[in-house]
Design a protein around this ligand. Structure first.
Ligand code: NAI
Length: 712
């Protein structure tokens, strides 16, 4: 049975009302079935000559329309140019009926109004937005490697001017009711309760003034403006976009070019051109990758972290022990979501500093770029110094020094004082969870909760199950991580867990390249050109060379066949060069960067020269393979060992844990695009250098059987 999403009613004799309300989904999505329904309903309305006004509204509070159906997009990537153009034209022509109808059309928007939903709303003659907390309007298509293709690039510039349209469409950020009103996208702002009533009133006003008819003419004609103005706007906007996208995301630039090119056309021609350009983006590699990232995050939102369903008991009170870099970040993430936090530290000075850091973070107002006393006051009540009072705490997160013995001593002291249900979690980045759980009375309540640095920016949290960790503990930890705005992935225990384990072969390989005589800045350049936010050598400096050395030893012990101990790191650490935190490492971190670039430590080459054994200098393509193929090989081992619950967690983990380039869709997604046979051939060539490139059984089998990580 097909479910109906759009209902036609008549709040007044001459006003038709279309209410969108998908009965089984929390969001209204414009799937092709819903577009079919819209067409049918518009036919009904058009057939009734008594209708003098149409209002489109949603039956879901806080949700007008979330956008087009992305899953449907993903299923039609291969439909080809002709069908893509036809799909775009179909949406344009359907929505254009709202701007050419016999009657006035009004979109009544409460809540989220995005993508295709925002296009539908802008094709209406008028828009009313509510003051509701979720109300926003935006065109986020560029974030999926596309642009608005149902007439958005044609209609929006004509309505709010090229400058505003370029900003909204190429930036992809949403605006609230006030900003929309200032731009002329919203014609009125009302409280949610008055929305329908105000929309009907607006219909009446327009029937009298007929102002909408003049706007219809204006918005279907070419845009006014001269070539000089247009040229200037084009150059500035394109320079800005290139700086942001580094040439790796083509959609914003395509949107800009389309809007500039079609500004002098009438709306019909502009729509035709939009559909043609849309076809060049749809199904492209970047579009597929970004839609994959979207689907990964959607899947993560629904995944409870355990098989079967758990009604995880809420965590309302958290204690964070260790108020250093990580502890303060974890405390702030909780406080920001209004979870009550007690912060503890062995050192009073460290605790003072930790409290100050948490308050500074939560008080920061992004709009004014300064501390906001009201926010500080609001959040202060969720933060306190821990007294020796453990009853009533739902979750204890330990973020103290990375030393198994010290951590275990702490657990022995506090565990007897915790409630039966309290979860104890460690933020350790290297120590196996099962090892830390030894000696606990309730190891089932213990797990790893590994946040990434800086906590405020990195969304990933690894939830690690020790051998005895219960499903309930995992489910509660996952639910809580989501509540504080994170993306949790659940892993089995193992050295380096997931992200650090995959990072190590890559970092290790970078040092080997240095020893082969490749310049450090060049290695970083190749990695950044691949799309990494920073190169592996710069990353060493950011992590801290002492920390990297320590973690490297853990990995070496676990995987002696494929991690090579390099003498370079200990040599730098011995000189006190610890990277960014000491001002000097591979690069210099004091003073200003030159043209945004870090300067190589001038003394580094002297040290490195003792260890460099120059070989034939590899090409950029070979450097890229040497960095990323070992990472991929390690990922296949992780999959062989079933360390993750789903292969897609590998991609999610790397994108949100270390910033693996989203336009590549994740490591496994990238590997599928390169092809298992090509990767296997790379391994075989590199095997001449060292045995660590030996292909895994999984990769060999995939190449042989033509299989992919993501099913075709
Ligand atoms: P940090 O050195 O900034 O802070 C540790 C704090 O713990 C210090 O304030 C110290 O006074 C306190 N402390 C030490 N022993 C204690 C004890 N017995 N009882 C109470 N407090 C004690 O360290 P950071 O970087 O915040 O690391 C903490 C944990 O998080 C470590 O396990 C580390 O491996 C892990 N981690 C660190 C990341 C990083 O990038 N720094 C990333 C992810 C995890």
């Amino acid at each position: 049975m097909t479910v109906s999403t759009i209902h036609l009613t008549r709040p007044e004799t001459d006003v038709a009302l279309l209410t969108l309300d998908h009965p089984e989904r929390s969001a209204n999505i414009l799937s092709s079935a819903v577009l079919d329904e819209l067409e049918e309903r518009l036919n009904e309305v058009d057939g009734d000559t008594s209708v003098r006004g149409l209002v489109i509204i949603s039956g879901k509070p806080g949700m007008f329309i979330a956008g087009a159906d992305i899953r449907e997009f993903a299923a039609s990537f291969d439909m080809g140019e002709e069908k893509t153009i036809a799909a775009s034209r179909r949406g344009q022509q359907l929505f254009m009926r709202l701007a050419t109808a016999r009657y006035v059309t009004v979109a009544a928007i409460d809540g989220i109004c995005l993508g295709g939903g925002a296009e539908l709303a802008t094709w209406c003659d008028r828009r009313i937005m509510t003051t509701g907390p979720k109300t926003q309007l935006g065109f986020p298509e560029v974030k999926l490697g596309l642009f608005p293709g149902w007439g958005g690039t044609a209609r929006v510039p004509r309505m709010i001017g090229l400058y505003n349209a370029i900003e909204m469409i190429t930036g992809g950020e949403s605006i609230d009711d006030q900003a929309a009103w200032k731009m002329g996208l919203a014609d009125d702002i009302v409280s949610p309760e008055l929305l329908l009533e105000s929309a009907v009133r607006m219909v009446r006003e327009e029937q009298q003034t007929k102002a909408y008819l003049a706007d219809r003419q204006r918005w279907s004609a070419p845009l006014p403006g001269n070539d000089v103005e247009m040229g200037f706007l084009g150059v500035t906007a394109s320079g800005y976009i290139r700086q942001q996208t580094k040439g790796q995301y083509p959609a914003p630039e395509a949107a800009l070019e389309t809007m500039l090119e079609t500004a002098g056309m009438d709306i019909e021609q502009a729509c035709e051109k939009e559909a043609e350009t849309m076809a060049s983006l749809f199904g492209s590699s970047v579009n597929r990758s970004l839609i994959n990232v979207f689907l990964l995050t959607e899947r993560n939102k629904k995944d409870g972290g355990v098989d079967g369903h758990y009604d995880a008991e809420a965590i309302d009170s958290v204690c964070v022990i260790g108020s250093g870099i990580m502890g303060a970040g974890i405390a702030a993430a909780n406080v920001k979501r209004q979870v009550s936090v007690a912060l503890a530290d062995a050192s009073d000075d460290a605790l003072d500093a930790g409290i100050a850091n948490v308050l500074e973070e939560v008080a920061y107002n992004r709009q004014t770029k300064s501390a906001d006393p009201d926010r500080m006051l609001h959040y202060t009540r969720f933060l306190r110094r821990a007294a020796d009072q453990w009853s009533g705490v739902d979750l204890v997160v330990e973020a103290i020094v990375e030393n198994a013995e010290v951590k275990r001593q702490l657990y022995a002291k506090i565990e007897p004082q915790l409630d039966e249900q309290t979860i104890l979690a460690s933020n350790t980045s290297t120590i196996p969870i099962t090892q830390l759980a030894a000696g606990l009375k309730r190891p089932e309540n213990f797990c790893g909760l590994h946040f990434f640095n800086p906590v405020r920016r990195m969304k990933l949290v690894e939830v690690i199950r020790g051998e005895a960790t219960s499903d309930e503990t995992v489910a509660r930890a996952v639910t809580h991580a989501k509540r504080i705005g994170k993306m949790p992935i659940v892993l089995r225990d193992g050295p380096g867990f997931l992200v650090n384990r995959l990072l190590f072969p890559y970092m290790n390989e970078a040092i080997q390249l240095v020893q082969n005589g490749v310049e450090i800045a060049h290695i970083d350049r190749v990695a950044k050109r691949f799309g990494m936010p920073m190169g592996p050598i710069e990353l060493y400096d950011m992590v801290g060379l002492d920390t990297a050395l320590y973690a490297g030893r853990v990995m070496l012990e676990a995987f002696p066949d494929r991690i090579v101990a390099s003498p370079i790191l200990p040599a730098l650490v011995k000189r006190g060069w610890l990277g960014a935190k000491s001002g000097q490492g591979f690069y210099m971190h004091q003073g200003k960067r030159k043209r945004g670039r870090l300067q190589v430590n001038p003394e580094f080459q002297d040290i490195a020269s003792q260890y460099v054994r120059p070989t034939d200098i590899p090409s950029d393509e070979q450097i890229e393979s040497r960095l990323f193929v070992p990472m991929l090989l390690e990922a296949t081992r992780v999959l062989e060992e079933e360390l993750v619950r789903d292969p897609r967690d590998v991609d999610l983990g790397l994108i949100f844990g270390i910033g693996f380039p989203p336009f590549r869709g994740g490591l496994l997604h990238w590997a599928d695009q390169v092809g298992a046979d090509k990767l296997l051939a790379d391994c075989e060539t590199m095997q001449e250098i060292a045995t660590r490139y030996q292909p895994t059984e999984m990769l060999s089998a995939m190449a042989k059987n033509g299989r992919q990580f993501y099913p075709k």
